[in-house]
Design a protein around this ligand. Sequence first.
Ligand code: PLP
Length: 442
Amino acid sequence: MLRARLLDRQAQRESAARTYARSLPVAPVSAAGARVTGADGRAYLDCLSGAGTLALGHNHPDVVAALQEALGSGAPLHALDMITPQKDAFSGELLRRLPGTLRDNAKLHFCSPAGTDAVEAALKLARNATGRQGVFAFTGAYHGMTLGASSVSGPGRMRRGSAAFGPAEAQPVTRLPYPYGYRCPFGVGADRAGELSAHLMESYVTDPSSGVGTPAAVILEVVQGEGGVVPGPDAWLREVRRITAEHGILLIVDEVQTGIGRTGDFWACERAGITPDILVTSKAVGGGLPLALIAYRPDLDTWQPGDHTGTFRGNTLAMVAGEVTLRTVAEQQLAERAAKLGERLRAGLRELATEHPQIAEVRGRGLMIGAELVDPAAEPDARGSLPGDPAFARALQAACLEHGLILELGGRGDSVLRLLPPLVLTDEEADSVLHRIADALA
Ligand code: PLP
């Protein structure tokens, strides 16, 4: 009944606006914190926050003030490859927050301002530094849409755009199973799946008859975001770190979505106590302005001039917004806040799941939250998991929007409801998020 009603409403809405290939039917004209006001005067709570770019929410007064000051100061808006005071301030702030042995020690390389380009840079650097080509990547991963980045992304549909023009792989990629409890490919829990995944990785490297050989790098997300908010078990992450270190394989950790406090730690990899050789960051690191970079072990610095450049790398205003964001997240302990608020939201969603069997699993870390949506009337698969229900997920997303809540879908088949609210979401707003989802389900 609920499913039929929501799908019917969805069909009515879909015939309404078809101008943009991909857009939410919200026309925001003003925004502050987690709140957005549409052109029609409607108020929304924003649990998408620019796909996680706005750690401090919309128009944080300190970010706005710093940008206004920079704009009036006569500083060059862009000074490619030059060292400006803004770049210095940002880099100092970032370096002192990096994880483990990268702290105060890493080299930074600014990229064209999108996560996907920073992933490209990481892959190139790994190949340059090791003289090897191959990469181990994981099922369900998302690393971006350029050729190199999409070739290490998991789902085939993410490589479709490049496949149309020829081979969809920029380098030899061996895909390993990411430990995913709900739809675990081995029919066992996430921890055991992690063990098997690590074992497979090690056996490829140590057994010459596997034909795979030692790759240049392993690339992973500590919590898969677009893949449906799937946290990698700590023990698995430590095992991957052990194996890569032992065999001279570089570990690239993509913190484009997880970084800057979102998962309850400043960097998601810190929870498992692992330090990557190359860390990729974008989204929130620019405080809402376009910025992307890699931070890496200094001994890997094999770049020649021109190996990886791009006109807009290291833009001044992004440095300014990024520096304020890094400092504020650290000083106001917003990672700790994200951890607490995430628990509160997940507990609320689990309570809703007791009344609504469409919510099969609630998971995540900090304010990176996913709810797996299924069709309870469908046949479970051989492993006992119910199939995802993307149509229901789309309809629920639209119903949430009608109740003034902006959120995102993701996961295999887009059947996971995803919440990425700003870290400054208040307790009251968190409760209101839960009420709105409950209303949308009702
Ligand atoms: N890596 C991860 C983990 C991401 O979540 C994304 C985007 O969602 C990217 C890379 C690509 O970033 P961008 O969209 O800025 O190119």
